[in-house]
Design a protein around this ligand. Structure first.
Ligand SMILES: [Zn+2]
Length: 103
């Protein structure tokens, strides 16, 4: 089975969850009344919002990879059913497509 990968993904899920909480908190606190600072703050907010979106997406992929490991479907291409290569899984642990389907 994929015990090491499972452990890695669980750790990654925790780290991403913590990051999401941090980013969400930062977003909630980026409101100052000073108009000179507001432009910079808006830029920061955009960066934070992008980061929040990316983190959410990655978290979703990580969670679904954990589910696939638990269901014994991990490492199988969801499009053609071929085995996803170990090298690809090492680079992208939550890949759902083999390299030829991903291209
Ligand atoms: Zn495939």
């Amino acid at each position: 089975m994929h015990e090491e990968k499972h452990k890695y993904l669980i750790d990654l899920e925790k780290a991403l969850g913590a990051r999401l909480v941090g980013v969400t908190r930062d977003l909630a606190s980026t409101h100052s009344a000073d108009s000179a600072e507001q432009v910079t703050e808006r830029e920061n907010e955009d960066v934070l919002r992008n980061l929040q979106e990316e983190t959410r997406l990655e978290l979703k992929q990580v969670r679904s990879a954990i589910k696939r490991i638990e269901a014994g479907e991990y490492g199988i291409c969801s499009n053609c059913g071929a085995e996803i290569s170990a090298g690809r899984l090492a680079a992208l642990p939550y890949a759902t497509l083999c390299i030829s389907c991903a291209e």
